[in-house]
Design a protein around this ligand. Structure first.
Ligand SMILES: Cc1ncc(COP(=O)(O)O)c(C=O)c1O
Length: 266
């Protein structure tokens, strides 16, 4: 499972090496994407690469996307029909790094703690390699006995999770914060939108305290129900709106992965 492609050379992930002078390592200067693999078929990978191109342009980072595509195909072929995820990284030092990984282990239902966070204007919308604050936020949430961190600005605007998009339900209506609130343009967020009647609305701490349901959305986790946000417990998780959104997403994935597998076999 732990297989890597570094500038086109495929081997075990543990053995792939980059120079310590690469600014991807030294300064987190680069971009990355993670797509889910279903029996070796990457889901919505093209959309991830479109976002990566946008992020690389914004960072003024040049990369050979044709080579990246060929290397992705070769790595997927070498990995075979695995379930997991594929991570793609482009570094300032010019490396193209691809890894095939197992899925992160997460509980079926998440308890979430709010963590203060201020988005950096310059990196808005860029899935950059500078994720130390996201990782720290998760660690802080875990120190408080929760599973996940939910970012809230000093002004009280609720944004997104450290590695996921946030949805909540109030009065039977599904909501998610708008992109203008400086959250990542998540691929799963778009798919949940298309498969539900979700609407965009900025979220406040009061909304959290009154939420009937809430869930996490991301490529790796699909939909993961939230049972508590800080001291607000939501008994009966997952509720009906969460279940319907999850089911619609699973059907979409099954359709698209099935179609891609049929094309590959023909
Ligand atoms: C900050 C942040 N928000 C949202 C997401 C979910 O994005 P996607 O649905 O494209 O996986 C991620 C994924 O890593 C993320 O890091």
């Amino acid at each position: 499972m732990n297989l890597a492609s570094l500038d086109g050379v495929i081997g075990p992930s543990e053995e792939a090496l980059i120079p310590i002078t690469d600014d991807g390592l030294q300064r987190g200067d680069g971009v990355f994407e993670v797509s889910r693999l279903y029996k070796g078929v990457p889901f919505a990978h093209d959309e991830h690469i479109v976002r990566m191109r946008r992020g690389a342009d914004n960072l003024r980072l040049e990369a050979d996307f044709d080579a990246l595509e060929a290397e992705t195909e070769a790595l997927l072929e070498a990995a075979g029909p695995v379930d997991g995820q594929i991570r793609v990284m482009l570094t300032r030092g010019g490396r193209r790094i691809l890894t095939i990984e197992a899925l992160p282990t997460v509980p079926p239902v998440a308890r979430v703690a709010t963590v203060l966070y201020q988005p950096t204007i310059l990196l808005n919308g860029i899935k950059s390699l500078s994720y130390a604050s996201n990782m720290l936020a998760t660690r802080l949430a875990k120190e408080r006995g929760f599973d996940e961190a939910l970012f809230v600005t000093p002004e009280g605007k609720v944004l997104e999770g450290a590695t996921w998009t946030f949805f909540w339900v109030s009065g039977g209506q599904l909501y998610t914060p708008p992109l203008e609130d400086n959250i990542l343009d998540s691929i799963t967020r778009r798919l949940v939108f298309e498969g539900s009647s979700a609407v965009e609305r900025s979220c406040t701490r009061e909304d959290l305290a009154q939420a009937d349901e809430a869930f996490i959305a991301s490529s790796a986790r699909e939909v993961q129900p939230i049972s508590a946000i800080d001291d607000h417990e939501m008994p009966g998780t997952p509720g009906p709106v969460t279940r319907a959104a999850h089911e619609a997403l699973l059907q979409r994935i099954e359709r698209e992965v099935g179609a891609a597998a049929a094309v590959a076999a023909s």
